[in-house]
Design a protein around this ligand. Structure first.
Ligand code: HEC
Ligand code: HEC
Length: 170
């Protein structure tokens, strides 16, 4: 099943949550009761193993927050960038995601995109002179993607296209 194709639904969210909990359980092989379950220790995500662009000391919880931001900015689910592992099935019989794997092209593109965003923010946006007490707005994935995996081309409205300006600005 491709989660990407589904509109957000209760089932989708439940599955995602299950996948995330399941991934943690596998990486850590905890004893019963499982982490994050009543009676178990507080929920804890494993340290990432394969970071190439995010700071190496980013912990599991921080990674989750960042990833939810990326997924939200692009309007996708985790499986757009993370490969399913057919040898690692969850309790529902569905493959869990292999987060450290670099098998998916989108994950590689996302790394470049992150570097680009970092560059834009550190080299340009943060050097803007803004009014006192008015911090520069930073570029995020959502600045361009606006909830779409493929950013929609901006079409200039006809009333703002005097003198035969092209439909797409430059
Ligand atoms: C747009 C692509 C994209 C989406 C969507 C995405 N990720 Fe990631 N994820 C990445 C990239 C790229 C990295 C590696 C970052 C690096 O190299 O520093 C990564 C790394 C991770 C890692 C660390 C893996 C390791 O051990 O190195 C975890 C865990 C993870 N993502 C979880 C998630 C979860 C959970 C979701 C859904 C909420 C998600 N990701 C959505 C691109 C994505
Ligand atoms: C400055 C604008 C901009 C920002 C900011 C940006 N992107 Fe992109 N991104 C693009 C454009 C434009 C494309 C389409 C390139 C193409 O046509 O192939 C794209 C394509 C992608 C793709 C491939 C989409 C596909 O069809 O498979 C991924 C994945 C992606 N971006 C992830 C990210 C992530 C993650 C972030 C934030 C860390 C981000 N992008 C921030 C402009 C941006």
């Amino acid at each position: 099943m491709k989660l990407t194709c589904l509109a957000p639904s209760a089932a989708g969210v439940a599955f995602l949550t299950a996948t995330m909990f399941a991934a943690t359980a596998v990486a850590q092989a905890p004893q019963a009761p499982m982490e994050g379950e009543p009676g178990g220790p507080p929920h804890h995500y494993p340290m990432p193993k394969n970071l190439k662009v995010l700071p190496k000391n980013t912990n599991g919880e921080q990674i989750r927050k960042i990833m939810h931001g990326w997924a939200g900015g692009l309007g996708v689910h985790c499986d757009t960038c993370h490969q399913e592992d057919p040898h690692n099935l969850g309790p529902d019989g569905k493959p869990r995601l292999d987060f450290p794997s670099d098998a998916k092209q989108q994950k590689l593109i996302a790394r470049r995109m992150y570097k680009m965003v970092q560059g834009i923010n550190t080299e340009y946006i943060s050097k803007l002179k803004t009014k006192e007490g008015d911090p520069a707005q930073h570029v995020t994935c959502g600045t361009c993607h606006r909830g779409h995996l493929d950013p929609e081309p901006y079409v200039i409205p006809p009333e703002h296209r005097p003198g035969g300006a092209p439909a797409q600005g430059n």
